[in-house]
Design a protein around this ligand. Structure first.
Ligand SMILES: [Ca+2]
Ligand SMILES: [Ca+2]
Ligand SMILES: [Ca+2]
Ligand SMILES: [Ca+2]
Length: 304
């Protein structure tokens, strides 16, 4: 049997797909990268309206926001069949729009510059299949450099509940220790906020070529995002899909809501590369220069 056919059959046997997407979106958090903030991952009971309470503990044992980069079937970071995935922990399964703003290289500014270039959202709404969706949004005409100036408009729906493969791309599941929650320490909890509902994970994924098509269409650039592209992400929840009105990850309620994304006390996450598992060191070139200068000073002092 030809190698390709053999692999094809093997994939069918394994229940795999041929598109390179992550097979089990509800797998252990051990396979995901927690997004680190200056403060608690996110606070409990700080959503401005019912639903959409993003939650994560202060020790980052059970964080509220994860990302993931998958190389796809070819096992290479080539962008072609790579996938980005995101996971958000919510206090309950009350319906909400979860929107991630991406500040990336917009074609003019090399790398993140403090303004959101496009939004990617996911929503679940019990009994309303067209509201179950993964969609892209373009920034509104406001500045989009802080929570107060964040607005977004429909751009394109990638998947909705009427698509047969929607469940392959978006998953809403209760938190289960040892299953989708990899942390099983003595203080591990399935109800971090102590509310009347088990916590839920919303996990979803989008292929890089789809992300790039939306990114280029929205921002008018011909640039492509790759595994190495730097991005500053902002995660918020909302009762609608044209502005944020429920919760932001990384800050307590509206504290810091007037600060720009780039303020360490604001809700903007540190900069990561698409596939990075730790934040990009800030001003790394300056740190290198400073380190070199310090080395020269020590060298000169010793020579005296
Ligand atoms: Ca919260
Ligand atoms: Ca690949
Ligand atoms: Ca809960
Ligand atoms: Ca930008």
């Amino acid at each position: 049997m030809k190698k390709e056919i053999y692999i094809f059959c093997l994939l069918l046997l394994l229940g795999g797909n041929l598109y390179g997407i992550i097979n089990d979106l509800n797998d252990s958090t051990d396979n995901w990268t927690a997004i680190q903030y200056l403060n608690q991952s996110d606070f409990y009971g700080d959503a401005q309206a019912n639903g959409g309470d993003i939650i994560g503990d202060s020790a980052y044992n059970q964080p509220g926001f994860y990302k993931r980069y998958d190389y796809g079937l070819d096992g290479e970071a080539d962008g072609g069949d790579d996938t980005m995935a995101f996971r958000i922990r919510l206090a309950s399964d009350d319906s909400s729009y979860l929107l991630i703003g991406f500040d990336v290289d917009d074609g003019t500014n090399l790398g993140p510059d403090g303004t959101i270039d496009f939004y990617l959202g996911v929503s679940f709404a019990t009994g309303n299949l067209t509201k179950d969706k993964i969609a892209f949004y373009s920034p509104g005409s406001s500045a989009n450099d802080s929570p107060a100036t964040a607005t977004f408009n429909d751009y394109s729906v990638y998947k909705n509940g009427n698509n047969n493969d929607f469940a392959d791309y978006a998953n809403l599941s209760p938190v289960v220790l040892g299953v989708n929650e990899g942390y099983t320490g003595t203080d591990a909890s399935t109800n971090l906020d102590g509310g009347d509902s088990t916590d839920y994970f919303v996990s979803f994924q989008v292929e890089m070529n789809v992300i790039n098509a939306a990114y280029q269409g929205i921002s008018g650039t011909t640039n492509l995002l790759t595994a190495d592209s730097e991005m500053m992400m902002v995660l918020g929840s909302s009762g609608n899909d044209n502005n944020f009105n429920q919760d932001f990850a990384g800050i307590d309620g509206t504290t810091g809501a007037s600060l720009p994304w780039t303020d360490p006390n604001g809700p903007g996450a540190p900069i990561y590369t698409a596939e990075g598992t730790t934040p990009v060191p800030e001003s790394s070139s300056y740190a290198l220069m400073f380190g070199a200068l310090a080395g020269i000073v020590v060298f000169l002092r010793r020579r005296r």
